[in-house]
Write a protein that binds this ligand. Sequence first.
Ligand SMILES: [Zn+2]
Ligand SMILES: [Zn+2]
Length: 294
Amino acid sequence: MNSEGRIREMNGRIDLHTHSTISDGTYTPAELVRYGKKKGLRAIALTDHDRIDGIEEAQMVGEEVGVEVIPGVELSADFSKGAMHLLGLFIDRTSPSFLRRLAVFQAARRERNPKIVQRLQEMGFKITEEEVAAAAGGRPPGRPHFARVLMEKGYVHSITEAFERYIGDGKPAYVKKPQPSPEVCIALIHEANGIAVLAHPNTIHLTDRKLSALFERLVKAGLDGVEVYYSTHTPEETVRYERLADEWNLLKTGGSDFHGEHKPQIDLGVGKGNLRVSYALLDALRERRENKTA
Ligand SMILES: [Zn+2]
Ligand SMILES: [Zn+2]
């Protein structure tokens, strides 16, 4: 192990991008934190899509078992290409204006579901909203639940196949929901006292030159950080994003995007096996936040 590796190990490991049953993960917030403890993580950020109501439970269990829980959220931003997601870390989960905006986003997700069912029916699949709701087991139904029904009915072999062929972004049964601009997402995160981070830049699919232009735009809007370390980033992509983060004076974060059984190839804290995120990054985030609010 080189000296940098040793420092990372000394500081402990963290995971700043995770999903629970509150959005589209399969572990409850409590189970997620307990699993983090088992995996030897020192800190976890819970970053459910458009929802922050799992944070209290996660933090309670975190205190009990000795895992630091960072309150977070993941927002989807409107962008012409690929999927642009923004993470809000250190969110104030009691901010009334933020909770109101999240309720609007959740309603947009709910309104999308009947439209996806209709598309799939038009394509010849026998699928109903009730079946999707049953697959969600009382939680808000989302695309992984559509995928599960398609799999259970034998239309696809895996959740991944359902996304790749039918319901993933841009696929035939995909229905776009109205989304706020990246600028609005960043402003909302800041209003709730959070740190705004561009998630998994590899899903935006931009050339170097266009990605630089995007960074310029987002930095102007107040972006604080970029998710440099991520389960599906190649080593080359990681180097590219490290360089961009340095160039634009952005904080570096990292996380697995753990979803439990919905993404079985991605494990908490380690991604596909070789992800390591150092606690030192969290210290840097906290420092930036304290300087901002001071
Ligand atoms: Zn995402
Ligand atoms: Zn995510």
